[in-house]
Ligand binder design. Structure first.
Ligand code: UDX
Ligand code: UDX
Length: 467
């Protein structure tokens, strides 16, 4: 294979991964031209919007970088064919959701978009091209990409195209994506073509210490990404399982987390109890791991990892049941306010957000739900809840969206904090106690509200993991 000096990059997929990742590479490598392409015309139009508040993704620090590099060496376009043909390196950053039907439904990833990218690359690329898997993919997907590309190119006579396939999984977390990209714990590059690996190392090493850049074989790289996410999710399910025990025994989960996390072998991160993990990756990646284990006959291993998801679902269900119980076993027609709809703070992403399942539980009870979120729009809530309105007897539970937090709370019977947005830690509880219908309840699933202020009012208070 050839050593390629990467001067032109194409990234397919202008989403939460492709957009911020390419913005940072463009910022760090002004001599490299980067074209981010996407099928979705509206998304590309938002990335090109003059008003930086209209970018399709909210991520702290992103708009400042976009402002510096857009239309200098970073471009957003729908012209996939053209930019694939110009590229020395192509990142595949398309979405890979769980299959909803067919073989592996509910567990395996739907690879139709990855496959169509591979076919487009085989058709449009010129000369030697490095193809890089950026999306999290099931182990051995690189082999599929390789096979599609190689078989498609061989079929056209006189084709002088060559390809190297690398896996370069993303470890960025939403809300801190820019910082994670600028100061990564490690960069992982999997592949069997050392020249291609070196070419990619040369890009990252412009701002990442070489000691943090690991190269492995393809399968180790793909598997490491799934395992990293599974381990992180497992910590959350572990701490959430203990939060229930704390509530039963009178212990406090914050104190337990702190005491446990100070053991350096355990570490203090990812030990915050809450309403369960959300986001596009954890559930999907664990399901992929489970599918893989079952495929290779490792049922006990598959069952072990599946429990991480069971605990996550159970945590949401138990919090919902507890809330109904505290509101006299009945929330039919009562006003319930959900504070926070994104799956975590500092992002407008709602994929797999605990707020979605919580909303459905309350609507099933016939509650009158009001949703507030500082960054998620009414339209986005509407997409997630679709027409989820349950008719119970003559009553229909329904939801509404309110962008003013204090207005959302007027006449509420229960206020549930589901996302740890900073503004919810600064709420004026004295004012709120005069807005709610008595006896008003505050349920803090993130332990961020100012408990001392709440306790000075007539409001009732519950928080996760506090006995
Ligand atoms: C992520 C990751 O890449 C993946 O690792 C993770 O497993 C889930 O999804 P993300 O950037 O968060 O991707 O997804 P999303 O915001 O949905 O963006 C993907 C983009 O790819 C979309 O804008 C979609 O329009 C685009 N796309 C999809 C294409 O341009 N072409 C396709 O063929 C398919
Ligand atoms: C995750 C991984 O962290 C990242 O490395 C990978 O590339 C993509 O998946 P992300 O899903 O964006 O990132 O966010 P993350 O910060 O991991 O949070 C995931 C979920 O876990 C959120 O719902 C969050 O609220 C929850 N969480 C996180 C907790 O409930 N407690 C914690 O202590 C940490």
């Amino acid at each position: 294979m050839l050593k390629v000096d990467i001067k032109n990059i194409c990234c397919i997929g202008a989403g939460y991964v492709g957009g911020p990742t390419m913005a940072v590479i463009a910022d760090k490598c002004p001599d490299i031209k980067i074209n981010v392409v996407d099928l979705n015309e509206l998304r590309i139009a938002s990335w090109n919007s003059n008003d930086l508040e209209d970018l399709p993704i909210y991520e702290p620090g992103l708009k400042e970088i976009i402002n510096r590099v857009r239309n200098k060496n970073l471009f957003f376009s729908t012209d996939t064919e053209r930019y694939i043909s110009e590229a020395d390196a192509i990142f595949i950053s398309v979405n890979t959701p769980i299959k909803v039907s067919g073989l592996g439904a509910g567990q395996a990833s739907n690879l139709c978009w990855v496959e169509s990218c591979a076919r487009q690359i085989a058709r449009d690329a010129k000369g030697h091209t490095i193809v890089i898997e950026k999306s999290t993919l099931p182990v051995r997907t690189a082999e599929i990409i390789k096979e599609i590309i190689i078989s498609s190119t061989n079929s056209s006579e006189g084709d002088s195209k060559t390809f190297s396939i690398l896996s370069n999984p993303e470890f960025l977390a939403e809300g801190t994506a820019i910082d994670d990209l600028i100061n990564p714990d490690r960069v992982l590059i999997g592949g069997d073509d050392n020249f291609a690996i070196q070419s990619l190392i040369e890009i990252y090493s412009r701002w990442v210490d070489r000691k943090k850049i690991l190269s492995t074989n393809l399968w180790s790289s793909e598997l490491s990404k799934l395992v990293a996410n599974a381990f992180l999710a497992q910590r959350i399910s572990s701490i959430n399982s203990i939060s229930a025990l704390c509530e039963a025994t009178g212990a406090d989960i914050s104190e337990v987390s702190r005491a446990v996390g100070l053991d350096q072998r355990i570490g203090s991160k990812f030990l915050n109890a809450g309403p369960g993990f959300g986001g596009s990756c954890f559930k999907k990646d664990i399901l992929n791991l489970v599918y893989l284990c079952n495929f290779f006959g490792l049922k006990t291993v598959a069952d072990f990892w599946e429990q991480v998801i069971s605990i996550n679902d159970w945590q949401q269900k138990r919090i919902y049941e507890l809330i109904v119980h505290k509101l006299f076993g009945n929330i039919y027609g009562k006003k319930i306010v959900l504070l926070g709809f994104s799956f975590k703070a500092n992002t407008n992403d709602t994929r797999e957000s605990p707020s979605i399942q919580m909303s459905k539980y309350f609507l099933d009870e016939g509650a009158n739900l009001t949703i507030h979120d500082p960054r998620v729009s009414r339209d986005q809530v509407s997409k997630e809840l679709c027409n989820y309105r349950k008719k119970i007897g003559n009553f229909r539970g329904y939801w509404d969206f309110e962008s003013d937090v204090y207005k959302s709370i007027e006449n509420a019977d229960g206020i549930i904090i589901l996302t740890e947005w900073e503004e919810y830690s600064k709420l004026d509880w004295k004012k709120i106690s005069n807005l709610v219908r008595k006896p008003g309840w505050v349920f803090d699933t993130r332990k961020i509200a100012d408990k001392d202020s709440i306790k000075k009012t007539s409001l009732n208070y519950w928080s996760v993991g506090e006995g």
